[in-house]
Ligand binder design. Structure first.
Ligand SMILES: [Zn+2]
Length: 66
């Protein structure tokens, strides 16, 4: 390990140390899986926000209907 020349970052998805080198092609993620997980989290979050808006509207409709 050449710690003095190789910088490392923590994977945003799992927190694992990732060497910041051309070989770490998914940096700052440790693997393609973690990269996809993180992208999926963003997509899920945006979907969740839309779903919450929909649920609120449905609740409003229900309260109006009953
Ligand atoms: Zn990871």
């Amino acid at each position: 390990m050449k710690a003095s020349t190789v910088r490392s970052v923590n994977c945003p998805s799992c927190g694992k140390a990732v060497e910041w080198t051309p070989e770490s092609r998914y940096r700052p993620f440790c693997s393609e899986r973690c990269k996809l997980i993180d992208l999926g989290a963003w997509a899920t979050e945006s979907f969740r926000l839309r779903a919450e808006e929909t649920e609120l509207n449905e609740e409003d409709l229900r309260s109006l209907g009953h």
